[in-house]
Design a binder for this molecule. Sequence first.
Ligand code: SF4
Length: 59
Amino acid sequence: MDNTFANKSIHCTVSQCKHNNTSENYCSLDSIKVGTHEPNPTVPKCTDCESFVVKSSCC
Ligand code: SF4
């Protein structure tokens, strides 16, 4: 799967993810899974995109 598609329903600026369309700041996937690493999430940073995959060229 390439990242040239821009799913206008999923705005994302995580450029380190291989699914990110970095030229348009959208996700290239048809859908994503969002979860949490907290027992009782209360703010946005408690949530995670569980579809994230690091770019091989990143970090
Ligand atoms: S998989 Fe998640 S982190 Fe990666 S581009 Fe899509 S929304 Fe962003």
